[in-house]
Design a binder for this molecule. Structure first.
Ligand SMILES: C[S@@+](CC[C@H](N)C(=O)[O-])C[C@H]1O[C@@H](n2cnc3c(N)ncnc32)[C@H](O)[C@@H]1O
Length: 102
C-alpha cells in the first residue's frame, strides 16, 4: 500500500481512489504532500465508518458515496480533465487514478 501511494502521489496532484475498504491506501495517500484527495465509496457501512472516523471532515478530502462507474463522467467535467489509470489492486473493483498536472 505504501509503495502504491508513493507512485500515485509522485506528481503531488489531485488523487482519486475508488473503494475505501479499511482505508489503508487512503491513509498512505494522506502521508504525502498532495493537493486534493477524492475517495469514491459505494458501500453504506464503509461510508458510515468513514464519516465516523473523520474522513468526511478532512480539509483536502472529498468523499463521494456512489459507485465509481456512476460518477466518473461527472469527475471528468468538474474535477479531472485527464484521468490516468496508475495501477490496479488485486481486489478487482478498485482502480486508482491520478490527475496529470500541467
Ligand atoms: C478491497 S476494498 C479496498 C481496500 C482499500 N484499497 C484499502 O486500502 O483498505 C474494496 C472497496 O471498494 C468498494 N467498492 C466496491 N465496488 C465499488 C464501486 N463500484 N464503487 C465504489 N466503491 C466500490 C467496497 O465497498 C470496498 O470498500
Amino acid at each position: 500500500m505504501a509503495d502504491h501511494a508513493k507512485v500515485v502521489c509522485s506528481g503531488r496532484g489531485d488523487i482519486l481512489n475508488t473503494g475505501f475498504g479499511m482505508g489503508l491506501v487512503d491513509t498512505a495517500i494522506q502521508s504525502h504532500d498532495i493537493s486534493y484527495h477524492t475517495i469514491i465509496e459505494a458501500h453504506p457501512d464503509v461510508y458510515t465508518r468513514m464519516l465516523a472516523t473523520g474522513w468526511g471532515e478532512m480539509p483536502n478530502v472529498r468523499v463521494i458515496f456512489r459507485r465509481w462507474q456512476d460518477v466518473l463522467p461527472q469527475l471528468e467535467t468538474y474535477d479531472c480533465k485527464k484521468l490516468t489509470a496508475a495501477s490496479q489492486t488485486v481486489a478487482g473493483p478498485c482502480v486508482w487514478f491520478v490527475k496529470e498536472c500541467s
